[in-house]
Design a binder for this molecule. Structure first.
Ligand code: ZN
Ligand code: ZN
Length: 299
């Protein structure tokens, strides 16, 4: 499919950059991992992002640079063409990222806008998820992408999945490990019951509320079911256990050695909602062994 104009913007998407004559194109953004004939781009401002169209590719990391390039092209009074191989996934994702950034749109709004003029627009599954993460965390993503919790969880899940596909035991990347030392405003702490009551009322937390990963009930077979577990990010005290290269295991409290949770790299289900929800990868703290505690309230 040939070039499509995004509404009345000077912004276009195409597959291979073969038709440039009708529009006032001055800037070309190529999102493609192959060597391109440089003569195609003579006389244009050209930026190439060498990425494959694959679920595992991290395109969010490129958004800032691409947004600046597109912005500059439009501001110069020219037109910007974003192309990949087919104009379906990569170029659409970069363009949607720009529209989200520019208009503070949701991923769905950006994609609907693009599909109005380019019905084949269809980012791959990973890119689609990245657009949601980007839209949800726009302000923070613009200044410090590496601190966006959603993004770190996404990368962690991706890396674990890659290892599983290769039949390897996943490792926990440092970027995914959550610090439970510095408490944020209004945050709750998860404490080991035994440590707190028997050993030291001021014992170190096992987790903070920010490290709990929410999940949705998708099955209502047992509407009264109460979750028996917290799914959490990998936390610093879990590292020795997670470093054992086992597919699953038990977490013991670093303070009292009581069993407080478990992990399974390939995921596990929650008891709520009739055991249908996969949480992957699963680092679990059993609710029965811990207390969610407001540090501002005296014991
Ligand atoms: Zn303990
Ligand atoms: Zn649950």
């Amino acid at each position: 499919m040939n070039m499509s104009q995004m509404g009345d913007m000077q912004l276009y998407i195409s597959g291979r950059p073969d038709i440039l004559k009708d529009a006032n194109i001055t800037h070309i953004l190529s999102v493609i991992d192959e060597d391109l004939d440089p003569t195609l781009f003579a006389g244009y401002e050209h930026l190439q992002i060498e990425e494959d169209d694959s679920d595992e590719v991290d395109l969010i990391r490129q958004f800032k640079r691409c947004n600046e390039f597109i912005e500059k092209g439009i501001a110069s009074g020219g037109g910007v063409l974003v192309h990949c191989l087919m104009g379906i996934s990569r170029s659409v994702t970069i363009t949607a990222g720009y529209l989200i950034y520019k208009n503070k749109w949701s991923a769905e709004q950006a994609l609907e806008f693009i599909r109005d003029s380019r019905s084949i627009a269809h980012p791959n599954f990973g890119f689609r998820e990245q657009l949601d993460i980007y839209a949800r965390n726009l302000a923070q993503a613009e200044v410090a992408l590496d601190t966006v919790v959603d993004y770190k969880r996404y990368l962690f899940r991706r890396d674990v999945n890659t290892a599983l596909v290769m039949d390897m035991v996943p490792r926990v990347g440092e970027y995914a490990v959550v610090d439970v030392q510095s408490l944020m405003e209004g945050e709750m702490v998860v404490k080991c019951k035994k440590c707190r009551l028997d050993i030291d009322i001021n014992s170190a937390p096992l987790a903070l509320s920010r490290s709990i990963i929410e999940h949705e009930k998708t099955d209502s077979r047992d509407p009264e079911a109460v979750c028996e577990r917290y799914f959490v990010d990998p936390i610093a005290w879990m590292k020795p256990e997670l470093g054992k290269s086992l597919m699953e295991g038990i977490f013991r409290c670093p303070g009292c050695s009581e069993e407080v949770g478990a992990y399974a790299w390939s995921g596990t289900e929650c008891n709520c909602g009739g055991w249908v929800i996969d949480v992957f990868p699963a680092m679990v703290i059993w609710r029965a062994g811990v207390e969610l505690h407001d540090p501002r309230v005296p014991n």
